[in-house]
Write a protein that binds this ligand. Structure first.
Ligand code: COA
Length: 116
C-alpha cells in the first residue's frame, strides 16, 4: 500500500518559535538531526510529511499506529528508515525530498515481507 504527503516548509518555520509543539510531534532523534542541519524547518517538514505518508500507507492495514508512533531515522548512508514504536521496520520503504518551500514523502508498505 502506498502513502504520499506534501508539506509547506513555512509552517515549520513558525513552529520553531514554539519548541513545545516540536517536542509533541517529533522524537528527540528527529529533533537532534534536524537541528544539526542549516535548514532546520525543511528537515522537520519532511519528517512530518514522512510520518503522514507512512500513516497513509498503513491505513488500509490492521496496523493501527498514531503519527507520533512513526519515527524517521537516517542510516549511515543518509537513507531514511522507518521506526514504528521505536522498532525499525523493513516493511515500509520511504523516500523524501525537500526544497525551501515544500517537503514531500512517499511511503510503500510491503505487508508480505516476513520481518517488520
Ligand atoms: C542523496 C541525494 C540523492 C539527495 O538529493 P538532494 O536533491 O540533494 O536532496 P533531496 O531534498 O531530494 O533529498 C534529501 C533527502 O535524501 C535522503 N537521502 C540521503 N541520502 C540518501 C540515500 N543514500 N538513499 C536514499 N535517500 C537518501 C535524506 O533523507 C535527505 O533528507 P534528510 O537529510 O532530511 O533526511 C544527493 O544528495 C546525492 O548524494 N546524490 C548522489 C548522486 C550524486 O553523487 N550526484 C552528484 C553527481 S551527478
Amino acid at each position: 500500500m502506498l502513502g504520499v504527503d506534501i508539506e509547506e516548509v513555512k509552517r515549520f518555520n513558525k513552529y520553531l518559535k514554539n519548541l513545545n509543539i516540536i517536542k509533541r510531534i517529533f522524537s528527540q532523534e528527529e529533533i537532534d538531526y534536524s537541528f544539526s542541519k542549516k535548514n532546520v524547518a525543511q528537515h522537520l517538514a519532511v519528517r512530518f510529511a514522512a510520518k503522514e505518508a507512512v500513516w497513509k500507507a498503513l491505513s488500509g492495514s490492521n496496523k493501527k499506529v498514531a503519527i507520533t508512533d512513526i519515527k524517521v531515522i537516517n542510516d549511515k548512508y543518509g537513507k531514511p528508515e522507518v521506526f514504528i514504536k521505536d522498532k525499525k521496520t523493513a516493511k515500509i520503504n520511504l523516500s523524501i525530498s525537500h526544497t525551501n518551500k515544500y517537503a514531500v514523502a512517499v511511503a510503500i508498505f510491503c505487508k508480505n515481507l516476513k520481518s517488520i
